[in-house]
Design a protein around this ligand. Sequence first.
Ligand code: ADP
Ligand code: MG
Length: 532
Amino acid sequence: MANGGRRSLVGIDLGTTQSVIAHLDATGIVSTIPNREGDMLTASAIYLDGNQALVGNAAKQAASHTPDKVATFIKRDMGRALYSRAVDGRQFRPETLSAIILRKLKQDAERRIPPIGKAVITVPAYFDDARRKATEDAARIAGFDSIEIINEPTAAAIAYCLEGQLSRDGSVASPDFPDGKLTALVYDLGGGTFDVTAIRLESKRIDTLATDGAVKLGGKDWDDRIVQYVVRQFAERYGVKIPEDRQQAIANHAESTKKLLTDLPSAPVECFYQDHALRLTLTRAEFEEMTRDLIVQTDVITNSVVSKSVFQGQQLGWKDFNRVLLVGGSTRMPMVKKTLQQISGKEPDDSPDPDQVVARGAAIFAAIKAARGIESDLTVEDSLQQELQDIDVIDVNAHSLGIAVKHPKTKEPMTAVLIPKNRQLPFAMSKVFHLTEQGATAVRVQVLEGEAPDPFSNILLGEVRVTGLPPNLPKRAPVQVRLAYNPNGRVSVMALDMTGGRFAHAEIERKSGLTDADIEREAEFVRSLKIQ
Ligand code: ADP
Ligand code: MG
C-alpha cells in the first residue's frame, strides 16, 4: 500500500479563458490531469440552465447561439460584487461562477487521483487584495479544504526550474543553467490578461524582482480586431451593420482564424448574416498590421519591468537576463516571439508547454507547502520531502500599500504610502496614530492599494478597525498600526496599544468581498448544481 491514505497535492491555473489542473505524485512526478472529456485544458466557460451547469468547451461553443446562458471571462470581474451580466436570468457573484469551474476541475480530477488534500490556485501577479480574496473564497465555495494562492509567473518559474529535477538528485542545476543561477523574464500573454515578471533563481531560492501587467490585454483583444474587421467589411460590401449580440458567433470563428495564422501565412474568414455570406482571406501580415499597437503595449510594459529589476542592489538590464520564458496560449503567435527577440536580443524560450506550465508549477508549490506542514496524509517520499523543504519562494507586491491621511498644512486628503510596490514579501510597516478623543476605544484608518497621491484614485481596500482598546486612554494616546503584505500577497493588520504595551484586536473591514455566511450560502447553491 504505497500511497495509503494519501491525499492529492494539486495545482490549479484558474485562467480567464482556460483552466488547467496538475498533480504531483509522491515521487515528484508532475502530470496534468485531463477532464472527463479527455482535454488537458478546460475552457473557463459555464453554460447554465436551471440546476444544470456545463463547464468547458461545449459551454464556450454554446455562447454562439445562447449567449444569455453562458458566462465567460469571469476572471475579469473577480473582486467586483457581481458578474458583468445576468446568466440564465440570474445575477451571480464572480466567486460563485469561478467556484463552479473549480468544482468541475476537482470532480473530474478526483476520478483519476485520490481526493484532493491541498490545492494551490494561481493568480496574476498584479491581482490586488480584493481579487486574491475573491479567488480564495471561490475555492472555499467549491469545497476545497486547504488552499494557497501563488502568482502565475512565479508558478511558471518554479515549473521551469524544478520540474524533472525533483525526482532526480535534488539539485536545481540544469544543463541550461549549470551553476544553478538563472535570471529570467516571464512573459505571460493569455486570453484576457498580460503579465511580465522578472525572476532570479539561486541556490534553491526563487526571488521575484519586479512585476507589472495589464488587466485587460490578451488574446481576446487580438480576436476582437478580426471581429471588427469582419464587421467593417460587411458594412462596406453589403451596407449591413451586424448587431453586437451577433458578434459572439463571429468571435469564436475569429479565434480559429487567429490560431490558423499562427501556423499558416493566410487563413479564411467567414461570416453569414441575413442573406449575405462573406468569405475573405486574411494574411498573417495583415493580421500583424491590424494588431501592432497591442504588441507595442506589451513591449512598453516588458521594458519597464526590466528597468525596475534590481538584484542585490544592482540595477539589471536586458544583458543580465539569461532567459525569456513564454507563458500563455497567445505567446504562440509568431509576432510575439519576433518582437520579444527584437527588444531583448535573445531567442525566447518556448520549451515548456505555455498552457500547462503555470498549473504544473503550482502543483510543485503545493508540495513545497505540504513538505513544511504537519498534515501527515499530505506527505511525499522522504528524500523528496527533504529537497522540497529547502526551497524558498519569495514574491513581491504589485501595488503600493498606503493609508489615507490629511495633508499636514492644507488638510486635503492624501495618500501616505507605507509599502512601495515591488518589495520582497512578507513586508510590514508600522505607523503610530493618536486617539482623537479621550476614552476612545477604536481607531479607523482607510487602507489603499495604488500609487496615486490622490487617495480617491487608488483602490480602497477597506478600513482598519482597531477595537477593544482599554477604556480611559487619554486623548492623543498612541496606537501603533502595523500593515503587512503576507507571502501570498494578501494584506493583514495588527495594532499595539503603546500606552499599555498590549496588542489590540485589529481587522480590515473590506469594502467588497464575502462573509463566512455568504460563502456557506453560495457553497450550498453550488452543491445543489449538477455540474458536468
Ligand atoms: P488564460 O490564462 O487567460 O486563460 P491562456 O494562457 O490559456 O489564457 O491562453 C488562451 C489564449 O491563447 C486564447 O486567447 C487563445 O486564443 C490563445 N491561443 C491558444 N492557442 C493559440 C495559437 N495557436 N495561436 C494564437 N493564439 C492561441
Ligand atoms: Mg494564464
